[in-house]
Write a protein of this length. Sequence first.
Length: 325
Amino acid sequence: MFIAADIGGTKARFGLYDQHSGNATPVRTATLATKAAADPGDLVAEFAGSDPFEALSLAVAGAVVDGHARGSNLPWDIHEQALCDRFACPVRLLNDLEAIANFVPYAGADELESLQAGTPVTGGPIGVIAPGTGIGEAMLFAGGGSYQAMPAEAGHIDFAPNDARQDAWLARLRENHGHVSLERACSGNSLPPMYAFMQAHSKLVANADIAAQIVAAEDAAPIIAQAALDDTCPVCVSTLQMFVDILAAAAGNLALQIVATGGIVLAGGIPPRILPVLRQQRFLRAFSHKGRFTHLTERIPVAVLLNESAGLTGAALVQLSSRSD
């Protein structure tokens, strides 16, 4: 038996797997809150309980270098060796977007919502961009008869605005943070300050009830997104529109960076929840708006990955693959 987990900034999905089954179908699963945990090992111990296990495969939000990762949105330093010593078993740390990317080639047609059919090239590079609590990217390149996932920390590249409103958003973020990354500008964590910015820099009038809920909420991002989808608050609608514009432009950037003729996949917790907005032409206009290379982005397939457990399954697939080598 082994344990796999996808540990995000807000919650962690865990699964217990039987290596002899040969597939990534868990024996049992659980979702645990991460912010209250002092250490990811405590989450592993809580999930495992009295069940024995012989290995760990943990997908974490952050760059994994020499078996060490520093959490992007959690105050953790995570070491493979420390976890190995604690649980007396082999431990594999991998980037959370690498885990999601590992799942993508196995996704069924019912797990992908197409936004742009494009003209896919067999074996062409695939890009994955995933906004959730933060935002991350990964890439898939064909080789040896299968796709190989490569992690990235592109969520922390510089944010590049595309219009005057985004220029003002960048200026506000620069005042508060100095360096402004894509994650500062476009992630679950960015939605509440983006709403406040929109409220202050537009002539729109916020829905008073929604505004009160946002102020009281520990996590206001779902409230903002739902109010925008329901069209019950003009400020929320405008906020989500700018969020989608920035996300689409970033996805288009990724498409150009790797010439993603195999497609771009939107993953993470947010895209499945805002599908009605992503289906609108607004997203594809911002995605394809690349000047002289619009002809390329217009032919790249784009889809939303609907399986929110993709990171967990991807972490399990990595473990199964390592044991079969």
